[in-house]
Design a protein around this ligand. Structure first.
Ligand code: BDR
Ligand code: CA
Length: 318
């Protein structure tokens, strides 16, 4: 089993990912650390506690950062995920259960140190918690198993981002944090937009989950209604992309993806704020800030049909 801490801003596709991680027998979902992003930090934690209660998750729920490290907050993406984060599904103002008393970055440090080499950090929201953990205790870079991130966009020039022409939301929400996380010397695998946009949950696919996967399938279907409306009205698609579940799919079966190696940087301000760049040539430049950086892995392709089958199978056998 791979032990994971899932850092998340739930969020509709975050729900898809959390339930996927919980469903699959090869993953032990130890902790859910929350982060602002799709919603405020208060809603993120409340949503996570609600899922824990509704689906009897064993995972600790831990409250993360409320804002980026340097840049002013961008604010919740209400048009994509709805006011509360779960689209048309209203989460009660008061939910049962308590978050862990520690801040998320401390929980991450403690968990990684308690089981050296065992914990995989999976981040599917802005990267502030991971950056704060690195700042507070840089020794964790040698103690994690791996860091798997849904974020950034590594396609060709042209349409690359989803919140600006060049930036993906999770990275754009805190580019300084993303730059710290992606340049640190721990093993990172990044699944960017250009790859998560290769897989689609169609209406038929979601209907099948509703019909065959009990309460979990019904809940995925319920939260997906708002998301599908956003995709049809704003993106012109009669389906939704499979962003956050792609990071979980990587943890379960890395062979679904091909990867490319090279150091990564993030543009932290200006017109291309939040843009992710990977250097993939060997040339040595006169001003080479990349030279001493750890190479990281960026996903290039995905076997989308197999990913969808893995997801369906996992959720149906929840
Ligand atoms: C990412 O941003 C959020 O809206 C999604 O939950 C996903 O993590 C996609 O850019
Ligand atoms: Ca997310």
């Amino acid at each position: 089993k791979t032990k994971i801490i899932l850092d998340t801003d739930p969020g509709i596709d975050d729900v898809f990912a959390i339930l996927f991680a919980e469903a699959h027998p090869d993953i032990e979902l130890k902790g859910i650390t929350t982060i602002y992003g799709n919603v405020t930090i208060e809603n993120a934690t409340r949503n996570a506690l609600y899922l824990k209660q509704k689906f009897q998750l064993q995972a600790d729920i831990v409250t993360g950062a409320s804002k980026p490290i340097v840049r002013p907050p961008v604010g919740p993406t209400v048009v994509v995920h709805g006011e509360g984060g779960f689209g048309d599904v209203n989460v009660p103002a008061e939910v049962e259960g308590q978050a862990d008393p520690r801040p998320a970055y401390q929980y991450i440090i403690d968990a990684v140190k308690a089981e050296p080499g065992e914990i995989t950090l999976v981040a599917i929201g802005p990267l502030t918690n991971l950056a704060l953990a690195l700042q507070a205790d840089p020794s964790i870079v040698d103690l994690v198993n791996k860091v798997v991130i849904m974020g950034g966009a590594f396609g060709e020039n042209g349409h690359r981002g989803n919140v600006t022409p060049f930036a993906e939301a999770n990275v754009h929400d805190d580019p300084h944090a993303a730059d710290m996380v992606l340049t640190a010397s721990w093993p990172v695998v990044v699944i960017g937009l250009d790859v998560t946009e290769q897989s689609f949950f169609t209406r038929d696919y979601l209907d099948q989950l509703r019909d065959n996967a009990g309460d979990v399938g019904q809940f995925i279907w319920d939260v997906s209604r708002f998301y599908l409306r956003f995709y049809s009205e704003k993106v012109g698609l009669d389906a939704c992309h499979v962003h956050d579940p792609s990071a979980i799919a990587y943890v379960i079966n890395p062979e679904l993806f091909t990867l490319r190696e090279g150091p990564i940087r993030v543009v932290v301000d200006g017109v291309a704020e939040g843009m992710t760049i990977q250097k993939i040539d060997d040339r040595v430049y006169p001003h080479d800030e990349w030279m001493n950086q750890s190479p990281q892995q960026v996903a290039v392709t995905v076997k989308d049909a197999e990913l969808l089958e893995l997801y369906r199978h996992s959720i149906i056998n929840y």
